[in-house]
Ligand binder design. Structure first.
Ligand SMILES: [Zn+2]
Ligand SMILES: [Zn+2]
Length: 452
């Protein structure tokens, strides 16, 4: 019998997290860029819906940013979904002893705060392994907060990451990779860094993992210029930053930060029925905690990764980066690119993550519902006017037909008929492992978490 895999959304927001304090304090002018993304529309009715923007009203109704306002205004029914931590998920699976094992993907700047919100309600009482996507602050700055788990669990926590991310971690937290860099008396987390290849396939706590390298913007580094007489001696060489997406148990594809997907990664995602060459886990670097005090070295499955089942032709769930609804971004997908990706992969469910203000959760929902002509059916809402504007703009700019009459993304989606929704912090899904047919279930544990 297959063991279901649970996917718990610990954070679904971009690097800043939401809401943003400058939006809440409203001490600065509302940036023009924001009004071009979501215009400020004052309700024209004499009795505006509760939670509507009122420039002359008391805080928080006076906050201009619809997204950040509704995150702190209890009058907006689903406003709390606009409180978003850095993108992160917990994968959870039961082992033979009947106990859950928890694998956390990314521990960013908001890891501790999000764990406070959700771990007690979810019953996540261990951190058995961590997987890092890339070396940005919103993916690994919370590593230091793992120390309490290391102490109480009495063992080191394995952290799976590629070499580039390991180098960033080593620069930022020298004491985590070299004990001699820790000052006396200070407690440090005991982590075992498992450096993986960008296309590694491995198993952790009973979960099959296929790494999916994607580009996440470009950075420039200086290289010597070819000697050409009087020209510059150095030039800037562009190089994509690799972020690792993942396929879990052949049923969930998770891509948190992406600006383009290389052809080779498309092949990995679309591979059907055949496993690609299996890359071994590279040796743990010598300067990580010694094996003697780290029983988690015996992470299940590492020695027998060839036992994992073959790939299914498509995943049931796609979780994908969508920073903005209308415009492109140098380091992230926007709505149109997320939709294009989903149309190619054809998952049953697509969840959008990494979104940022001023687009509110309600507006994202309306945008997604417009793909199946189900928008504008939910009565009066403080964001109704902005949502209507956004849907219209999205169909003009992103979803409508091409200049030469090609089928637009919107029409293609209607033919496909898949479900796409914005995710939120606290959402919990349960997915079977792909070895049998079955639906994806949204569990009762989907929650707004503790209020503190
Ligand atoms: Zn805002
Ligand atoms: Zn990033």
């Amino acid at each position: 019998m297959s063991i279901p895999l649970q996917l718990l959304f610990l954070g679904t927001g971009t690097s800043t997290g939401l809401p943003l304090v400058p939006c809440l304090t409203a001490g600065n002018p509302y940036p023009r860029l924001f009004t071009e993304m979501v215009p400020l529309i004052k309700p024209s009715t004499p009795n505006p819906p509760k939670g509507a923007w009122n420039p002359d009203g008391p805080w928080p109704s006076s906050i201009k940013c619809a997204c950040c306002r509704s995150a702190v205004d209890p009058e907006v029914p689903e406003g709390w979904k606009n409180k978003r931590g850095n993108t992160s998920v917990v994968l959870r699976k039961k082992k033979e002893d009947g106990k859950w094992r928890n694998v956390v993907v990314d521990v960013g700047k908001t890891f501790r705060e999000q764990a406070v919100r959700y771990f007690p309600t979810w019953g996540v009482d261990t951190v058995d392994a961590v997987i890092l996507t890339h070396g940005h602050a919103d993916a690994y700055f919370g590593l230091d907060d793992l120390r309490e788990w290391c102490q109480r669990q009495g063992r080191a926590i394995p952290v799976y990451l590629n070499q580039e991310t390991f180098d960033k971690v080593a620069d930022t937290f020298p004491y985590m990779v070299d004990k001699t860099k820790a000052s006396g008396g200070g407690d440090v987390p005991k982590l075992i860094f498992k450096i993986i290849d960008d296309e590694a396939e491995f198993e952790v706590e009973g979960i099959t993992v296929q790494a999916l390298p994607v580009n996440h913007g470009i950075y420039f580094h200086t290289v010597p210029a070819p000697s050409s007489g009087s020209g510059p001696v150095e030039k800037l060489e562009p190089e994509p930053l690799i972020c690792l997406g993942f396929q879990f148990d052949h049923s969930i594809i998770y891509i948190s930060d992406v600006s383009s997907i290389p052809d080779r990664t498309w092949e990995l995602m679309l591979a059907s029925g055949k496993s690609t060459s299996r890359k071994p886990i590279l040796p743990t670097p010598d300067d990580t905690p010694p094996r003697s005090d780290s029983p988690s070295q015996s992470v299940d499955g590492l020695s027998d990764i060839s036992a994992s089942p073959s790939s299914s032709s498509s995943s049931k769930v796609l979780v994908i980066d969508a920073l903005w609804p209308l415009w492109g971004h140098a380091s992230h997908f926007s709505f149109g690119q997320a939709i294009e990706t989903a149309l190619r992969l054809k998952p049953t469910y697509t969840y959008l993550i990494d979104s940022t203000h001023p687009t509110s959760h309600y507006m994202w929902e309306e945008l997604c519902l417009s793909l199946l002509d189900q928008h504008g059916e939910r009565g009066d809402h403080p964001d109704s006017a902005q949502a209507e504007w956004l849907v219209k703009k999205a169909w003009e700019m992103v979803l409508g037909s091409g200049a030469n009459g090609d089928k637009g993304l919107g029409e293609q989606w209607k033919e496909f008929g898949g479900i796409v929704r914005p995710a939120w912090d606290g959402l919990v899904l349960e997915v079977n492992d792909g070895s049998r047919e079955g639906d994806v279930e949204r569990l009762e544990q989907s929650t707004r978490g503790l209020v503190y």
